[in-house]
Design a protein around this ligand. Structure first.
Ligand SMILES: [Zn+2]
Length: 136
C-alpha cells in the first residue's frame, strides 16, 4: 500500500486515512497539541451559556470533562475528513460532562447511545485502538 501522505510504499497503520505509522504518529501529535486549546474554548462556551452536565445537572466549569460522543479517532464525516478535523478536536461531537456523568457514560455505552450522549461510527473502520475509559 502507498501512504496517502508521504506517498511511500509502507505498511498502512491507519486504514481510515491510509497512513503509514510515521505519518499517523505525526498527525496524532498535531491533534494532541491542538486539543487543549479546543477543549478550553469549548468549556468556556459552555460556561457562557450556563450548560449543565446532562445527568447530574452539575454546572460545567473549566475543570469539567469532555466526552467525545463519537470517540476520539478517525473522522465524523466527509467534511471532517476533507478538512482534516479528527474526532479528537471535532467540537461538534463534544459533550461537556461532570466526572461522575462521564464515568456513567463510559460504563453504560448502550444506554448512553439511547440517550444521545454517544453516537455509533457507522462509516468509520475501527482501525485505531480506542482508549477505553480514558477520561479527560
Ligand atoms: Zn507515510
Amino acid at each position: 500500500m502507498i501512504c496517502s501522505r508521504c506517498k511511500e510504499h509502507k505498511p498502512i497503520e491507519n486504514k481510515d486515512l491510509e497512513l503509514c505509522a510515521t505519518c499517523n504518529k505525526k498527525r496524532r501529535d498535531v491533534d494532541d497539541k491542538l486539543y487543549p486549546g479546543v477543549r478550553k474554548d469549548f468549556l468556556a462556551m459552555c460556561i457562557k451559556f450556563g450548560i449543565v452536565s446532562p445527568i447530574d445537572k452539575t454546572e460545567i466549569t473549566m475543570d469539567s470533562d469532555i466526552h467525545h460522543k463519537m470517540g476520539r479517532t478517525g473522522y465524523a464525516d466527509k467534511w471532517a475528513r476533507d478538512n482534516d478535523i479528527s474526532l479528537l478536536i471535532d467540537a461538534r461531537f463534544f459533550l461537556a460532562v461532570s466526572r461522575t456523568d462521564h464515568q456513567w457514560i463510559e460504563l453504560n455505552p448502550v444506554k448512553a447511545k439511547e440517550l444521545g450522549y454517544s453516537y455509533s461510527r457507522l462509516a468509520k473502520h475501527e482501525t485505531e485502538t480506542e482508549e477505553q475509559g480514558t477520561l479527560f
